[in-house]
Write a protein that binds this ligand. Structure first.
Ligand SMILES: [Fe+2]
Length: 449
């Protein structure tokens, strides 16, 4: 009568935890892949376009008179500034700004990054060079530079309509770097142009990617929530398992003590009636088999076992000379033996924690047809436990060797059971016994296999 329910529950809970863990890992892996794909995507935004990711604004913020002795046609200098703002919830990374030149002018300097200069684009002789305009010692001979003095204001890189600049903020040599992180984080970059009288508005276009972290976004929050849920369930399961194991150990210990005590009592009973040695234990085994066959639950089966093992406890009150008498019993002696049912019922009446335990002792000699004892009950009037033990008791009586006869044959026992269906035995219980025999679940010494 082992209790396997805890193991089944543990297996189910462990399976749920494994599946949940698999879902969590799978979701996070998908989240990592999606974030990488999202970050690899290249976006563009041109002047006057808007989106909710990035904004760019550019304008001339200051103009001053300027003439250069080495360069003709220059009357003014001006600062053109661009402000790039991150409107998204994550970093804007790897951005570059293309600035289109729409008139003849000179690039004098820029700051906070590098400028890739595309010069003479409309000619067949396009020149490209990337300048760090903080450093005037670099040789820019590949470009058309009309003036290059010692002071930074003397640098005059000639630009024509159609030429363009690409601003790179991410430069190891730059004084500042500008990955834009967080909402409304912005960077301002600037360039100084020299020109003749007036300066046209510039067209520009930003190209960018996102540097979204895997540790942000809804998917990441779901991952954290699921992980916490998993840890919570795991902790609850562990605590429950430990408590359950302890409870089961305590229960098993108490049951073992109870069974040992009952075994001791039945050994006294069986000792009084040496011809039926081991009878109580065998009847208990057959009763458990019947209870299982009849679909009883675990607790009912356990109680049935206790009732069966003590079913003849009332024999303690029957004198030894009657129990051990080998000659024919007188009617009076037989009446005395019959009283073991009433004695047993009375003895066990005080046990309230095991359902129907006294019914087993009191009614196991009742007959289904009402011709039994002690009360002559019939059919459903007889407590169920009495009807079950009745079949198990009779089966053991027939299959045990006695001093006056050997154990009866299998064929005889089966016939006897069949002939007494609805007479001595409850039909459903008797049929269960016949099924158990047919299934070969009972081994009797002199029965052939
Ligand atoms: Fe009995």
């Amino acid at each position: 009568m082992k209790n396997n329910s805890t193991h089944k529950i543990i297996i189910i809970l462990n399976s749920i935890l494994v599946v949940l863990l698999f879902i969590i890992v799978l979701n996070f892996s998908i989240h990592v892949v999606r974030t990488r794909e999202f970050n690899n995507r290249i976006h563009t935004l041109v002047k006057n376009e808007t989106n909710n990711e990035v904004s760019v604004s550019g304008s001339m913020t200051g103009i001053w008179p300027k003439q250069d002795a080495k360069v003709s046609g220059v009357t003014n200098g001006g600062t053109y500034e661009f402000t790039i703002t991150d409107l998204a919830n994550y970093d804007v990374a790897n951005w570059t700004l293309r600035v289109d030149i729409s008139q003849d002018c000179y690039l004098n300097q820029a700051w906070n990054g590098q400028v890739e200069v595309h010069q003479d684009v409309k000619s067949n002789n396009e020149k490209v060079n990337t300048l760090d305009l903080h450093n005037f010692d670099i040789d820019y001979d590949s470009l058309n530079i009309e003036s290059k003095g010692e002071g930074k204001n003397d640098l005059m890189i000639h630009l024509c309509e159609g030429d363009y600049l690409i601003y790179h903020p991410l430069n190891d040599n730059a004084t500042h770097e500008y990955p834009l992180g967080g909402v409304n984080n912005s960077a301002t970059i600037g360039m100084i142009f020299y020109f003749n009288f007036s300066f046209s508005e510039l067209d520009y276009e930003i190209t960018y990617q996102f540097g979204k972290s895997i540790f942000q976004g809804t998917e990441y929050i779901i991952f954290i929530v699921l992980s916490l849920l998993w840890i919570l369930i795991f902790s609850v399961v562990m605590v429950w398992y430990i408590v359950r194991r302890k409870t089961e150990r305590d229960l098993a210990e108490r049951e073992a003590m109870l069974e040992e005590t009952m075994g001791l009592i039945t050994s006294f009973v069986d000792a009084k009636d040496s011809y039926t040695n081991g009878h109580s234990n065998r009847v208990a085994q057959y009763t458990v088999m019947l209870a299982e066959k009849l679909g009883m639950n675990e607790r009912e089966i356990r109680y049935t076992f206790y009732a069966a093992i003590l079913h003849d406890v009332g024999k303690c009150y029957v004198p030894d000379e009657i129990l051990k008498k080998t000659s024919r019993l007188t009617d009076e002696e037989f009446d005395t033996i019959k009283k073991h049912t009433v004695y047993g019922g009375e003895m066990l009446k005080s046990i309230k924690t095991i359902n129907h335990i006294s019914d087993g002792a009191k009614y196991h000699h009742e007959r289904y047809d009402g011709k039994g004892y002690p009360e002559g009950l019939k059919e459903q009037e007889i407590p169920y436990i009495g009807r079950i033990i009745c079949v198990a008791d009779a089966f053991d009586a027939m299959t045990s060797s006695r001093c006056y006869r050997a154990a009866l044959s299998k064929e005889y026992v089966i016939n006897e059971l069949k002939n007494n269906i609805g007479k001595q035995f409850d039909p459903s219980v008797c049929q269960a016994m016949l099924d158990i025999i047919a299934e070969g679940k009972i081994t009797i010494d002199n029965w052939e296999a």
